[in-house]
Design a protein around this ligand. Structure first.
Ligand code: ADP
Length: 405
């Protein structure tokens, strides 16, 4: 199967897409539609030469944006569509061919991800209408973490809450962690050993990997638990929430806004959630920016050290995501807290690696330290392709076929 896979990632008001060719490393058509459903909706497209075009689409829905994307695919027609779906609960442990039962199961998981799964379902509905007969595959952020043992995924709250309401840790960023783990197994002589991967973007999570499987991760039932993020708090004492509700009269809406949108790097710095801007402001002496960077790095190191308990043997660490791939400062600052684990950073290699470069940043002894640019879209395409290749009894209606131009 050589033709490309269209990968779709729908947010509540955004839609990212990439057309992934069968041969890795070839250029991709890609783009993002933002502010969908508003008068200011726009679509930014990137062609195979990397040139960018912006199209204004006032009032456009996800489906409207997809129609314009389809028009701009030209002669590059996909043979299948891979959808990023944020929450698969315990039902989905791997990429799954979408049919009506699967749509219903994703809908039932919406209680666990009310902000994300409805948007993913909207994307699935829109592509089903636009590409009838084309196989559609759901690739779940949570699926890679379904290998966590119970002692890692259970919260210390009454068992009934898990049994009746599915309240447990699920973990996220699965496609990114799985992709980086796969790269490490190819690049490192340690292969499928013990690794901790730090995915640091606007959302951030760290995962302990043993022999290619996730065995613990920093995010929980929702993507709010764990590390300090752009605008999310990560771990805080749950007693603070009780205090705000009981002593200060805060509503659940106030708390949601606080934890998801006003905290993290933005809340600590009082300035921005953007790490590039924080680094610049810290260098100019801004106290809030310095503190935000300090807390971010210390908490990340603490999480990495904690996750190391999950592994029989730790062979190395890997950084990925916008911050992990591009910020020598954050990597170096975090690693200063981890010398007891056998970290020996090469300042030269660390300083040189950014902008999509892959490589090692240790001095050649102790833990292996890697920077690995993530490729979630590529991973979703590979999962989609594998599933279709392995379906020996694919129903006729699901056989890959060209879409009429
Ligand atoms: P998302 O989770 O939205 O996909 P990204 O993975 O693109 O986010 O990461 C965005 C973050 O990466 C932002 O905080 C941005 O400032 C940071 N970033 C990007 N380039 C750099 C850089 N050169 N130095 C420091 N931070 C960077």
């Amino acid at each position: 199967m050589n033709a490309p896979i269209l990968v779709i990632n729908c947010g509540s008001s955004s839609l990212k897409y990439a057309l992934i060719p069968a041969v890795s490393g070839q250029p991709r058509l890609s783009g993002i539609a933002e502010r969908l459903g508003s008068d200011r909706a726009i679509l930014r497209l990137r062609n195979l030469q990397g040139e960018k075009t912006t199209i204004e689409l006032p009032g456009a829905s996800h489906g409207d944006a997809l129609k314009v994307i389809l028009d701009n695919l030209g002669s590059c027609r996909p043979i299948a569509i891979g959808h990023r779906v944020v929450h698969g609960g315990e039902r989905f442990t791997q990429a799954t061919l979408i049919d009506q039962d699967v749509v219903q199961d994703i809908r039932e998981t919406t209680t666990l991800a009310p902000l994300h799964n409805p948007a993913n379902l909207e994307g699935i509905a829109a592509t089903q209408e636009l590409f009838p007969g084309l196989p559609q595959v759901a690739v779940f952020d949570t699926a890679f973490h379904q290998t966590l043992p119970a002692y890692a995924y259970r919260y210390a709250i009454p068992a009934e809450l898990y049994e009746r309401h599915g309240i447990r840790r699920y973990g996220f960023h699965g496609s990114s962690h799985a992709y980086v783990a796969e790269r490490l197994s190819i690049l490192s002589a340690q292969g499928r050993g013990g690794w901790i991967i730090a995915h640091l973007g606007n959302g951030a999570s760290a995962t302990a990997i043993w022999q290619g499987q996730s065995i613990d991760t920093s995010m929980g039932m929702t993507p709010l638990e764990g590390l300090v993020m752009g605008t999310r708090s990560g771990d805080i004492d749950p007693g603070i929430l009780l205090h705000l509700m009981h002593q200060c009269g805060w509503s659940s809406h106030d708390i949601d806004q606080l934890l998801n949108h006003r905290s993290g790097l933005l809340g600590l710095s009082g300035l921005t959630n953007d790490m590039r801007e924080l680094e610049q402001s810290a260098a100019e002496g801004h106290a809030g920016a310095k503190l935000a960077i300090d807390v971010f790095c210390y908490r990340l190191a603490k999480s990495i050290a904690g996750l190391s308990c999950a592994l029989p043997m730790l062979h190395g660490l890997a950084f990925t995501g916008g911050i992990g791939e591009n910020s020598p400062l954050i990597r170096a600052r975090t690693l200063t807290y981890l010398t007891h684990l056998g970290v020996h950073l090469s300042p030269n290699s660390n300083g040189e690696l950014s902008h999509g470069m892959e490589g090692r940043i240790d001095v050649g002894r102790g833990l292996e330290l890697w920077v690995i640019p993530t490729d979630e879209e590529g991973y979703i395409a590979v999962q989609t392709r594998h599933l279709l290749d392995n379906m020996s009894d694919t129903p006729a209606s699901c056989h890959p076929q060209e879409v009429p131009a």
